[in-house]
Design a protein around this ligand. Structure first.
Ligand code: ARG
Length: 585
């Protein structure tokens, strides 16, 4: 098999191609190449190939070795164990690969994927007239990171914030507002905090009335019908709630240092008009059936107590539509109007049964197929230090803004302690970047489907797997580059590399491979782990290899080059996760 390597290929990819080419049974085997402690790489693929070919693995390995050309890329290859290959690459190959990445700027020599599709990412979906809590944090942070990674690979992403802006509770709220006009000031005049406290006040007052007054309850029920049938006056009051809530959402997202676009806020209400048609189509196709007046979908394998089937309710017996109908209608919109090839839902794992039923229904209707797939990236629960779901001492859910403010405050302490030449303003600015980064990183560095502990002390710690540690590594490099003055980073492929330089270099070279893998698997924690290892390898390099005090001028330039590309890779990788890298800390 002839190997065509483009300059953007990593050393790893080039090596895999060279090995496949050297296998006598043309192009038939995956070399199963991975980084190794013994040499730079180890290839295990020969064992499987030998089994398939009924050949002796060691003999086959020896044959492959004799056909591998050492030269530009491969310095040394030897057979070990039952038929592994231990491979050492040349220093030149490492430095040259990195030089190409360094010269490429923003993309660091990472190619865009071929046949990119369109992924609609459903994330950051708080509910109107309600406060945001840590659960909403996870969806926003994970969704934003997934978008960053997917976009980087060349996939086109479209965001959808499926906010809860529809449903029976609005009957109660609107009816209250109708009877107590003027309790919500125009949204334009308030900030996020005020908006939320206004909404809270109205919510509490209307709830109290609803529970105490049967007649109000009746009027509120009538209001729901008016809302769903598009009564003008009712819609105007509803819009006030939505606008007021958006002011609040935006203030929280701004604190989170996250860009949310207005045109991507498409809540449940947006699908109201399409819901009758969704129901009609499903009924006509026989996917949904009438049962006790409601329109429902049954699933053989989904059963509740007493082995009774649990249906998905498309339309209630009273004619009303709910959460499932809005999600099914959203799927039609995303598939047929937005032309999505992938639908990704970043939603609490506790809703996984809902999505399982919604997806299966859409599949039966032909809206999802082998060409358009849907995934629920279900995330786990945020736990307190005690290992129980995160609550205040009084047992209430923690307000997201309070949590973020506290993180920034803690970060300010850390920054102030370390800061030597920073003004108070600068400290506050860094504190926001460090504090918010810490919250995001703690979330992203755990596999999304696992629960994680919200522990601010640990999050802003300078030691261990934290964003602060990564941000310090970045800032330290910037300080070295400043100190270097007129001496600039320049790659010198002719130089021999020290072990710490090789380890750092090979890791840097695999940035693109890692992002592609993490994006394909919707696994931001793999990118986080990569970055943490990068910072660790850099620390070792920095301990072992003097940079500005290196012996020869070329050595200084080459080490500055390694510093610079490490910084750029950290900056890029953190950026994909939505985390800032301040130039000074
Ligand atoms: N608003 C919902 C909640 O807070 C999440 C919406 C998830 N997205 C969806 N398409 N159902 O629980």
């Amino acid at each position: 098999m002839a190997s065509v390597t483009s300059l953007s290929d990593s050393v790893h990819q080039r090596l895999a191609a060279a090995l496949s080419a050297a296998v006598p049974q043309a192009g038939s085997a995956d070399p199963l190449l991975r980084r190794s402690d013994r040499a730079d790489f180890q290839a295990n693929g020969i064992l499987a190939l030998a089994k398939k070919e009924k050949a002796n693995p060691r003999e086959l390995a020896t044959q492959v070795v004799s056909r591998v050309e050492s030269g530009e890329l491969i310095k040394d290859v030897e057979v070990s164990g039952p038929g592994f290959l231990n491979i050492t690459v040349t220093d030149r190959a490492i430095t040259e690969n990195l030089a190409v990445r360094h010269a490429d700027g923003e993309r660091l020599g990472v190619p865009l994927k071929e046949n990119a599709g369109i992924t609609v990412v459903d994330y950051a979906q708080p509910n109107v007239a309600k406060e945001m809590h840590v659960g909403h944090l996870r969806s926003a942070v994970i969704g934003d990171a997934l978008r960053g990674m997917l976009d980087f690979t060349g996939e086109k992403t479209i965001g959808r914030h499926h906010i809860g802006d529809w449903g029976t509770q609005f009957g109660m709220l609107i009816q209250y507002l109708f009877e107590h006009p003027g309790e919500l000031a125009p949204a334009a005049d308030v900030d996020g905090q005020q908006a939320m406290s206004n909404l809270n006040r109205v919510y509490k007052a209307s709830r109290a009335l609803f529970d105490a007054d049967e007649e109000f309850k009746e009027r509120a029920r009538g209001r729901v019908v008016a809302l769903q049938s598009g009564d003008k006056e009712t819609l105007e009051l509803w819009q006030q709630f939505v606008d007021e809530s958006k002011v609040y959402f935006y203030s929280v997202f701004e604190k989170l240092d996250m860009e949310i676009r207005d045109e991507e806020i498409v809540g449940e209400s947006a699908y109201n008009e399409g819901m009758p048609e969704t129901a009609r189509l499903l009924e006509e196709m026989g996917v949904a059936v009438r049962s006790e007046g409601a329109l429902v979908v049954f699933f053989d394998e989904i059963r509740g107590k007493d082995d009774q089937p649990v249906p998905l309710i498309v339309q209630k017996a009273d004619g009303g539509f709910g959460y499932a109908a809005s999600d099914l209608t959203a799927i039609r919109n995303r598939v047929f109007d937005l032309r999505a090839t992938t639908l990704l839902y970043v939603v609490d794992v506790r809703q996984s049964l809902h999505f399982k039923m919604v997806f299966e229904t859409a599949r039966r209707a032909g809206w999802l197929s082998e060409h358009v797939t849907a995934h629920n990236m279900g995330y786990g629960t945020v736990l307190g230090a005690d290992g129980k779901p995160f609550k205040t001492r009084e047992g209430e859910t923690v307000r997201l803004e309070d949590l973020l403010d506290e993180a920034v405050q803690r970060a300010a302490e850390v920054v102030r302690e370390k800061a030597q030449d920073l003004t108070e303003d600068e400290i506050q600015e860094r504190a926001a970047q460090v504090g918010i980064g810490a919250v995001k990183y703690a979330d992203l560095s755990t596999s999304p489907n696992r629960d994680y502990k919200f522990d601010l002390d640990q999050m802003v710690s300078l030691n261990g797997d934290t964003s602060v540690y990564l941000q310090y590594a970045y800032a330290r490099i910037q300080s070295i580059l400043r100190k270097a003055g007129e001496t600039k980073p320049v790659a010198h492929p002719e130089l021999e590399l020290a072990p710490a330089e090789r380890a750092l270099g090979l890791h840097l070279d695999s940035f693109g491979d890692t992002v592609f893998e993490a994006a394909a698997e919707y696994a931001p924690h793999k990118l986080a782990a990569y970055l943490y290892q990068l910072a660790s390898l850099y620390t070792t390099f920095y301990d072992k290899c003097p940079v500005l005090k290196a012996e020869a001028p070329e050595q200084i330039e080459n080490r500055l080059f390694l510093c610079d590309i490490t910084a750029r890779t950290l900056h890029r990788g953190m950026g994909l996760l939505g985390i800032r890298t301040p130039e000074r800390l």
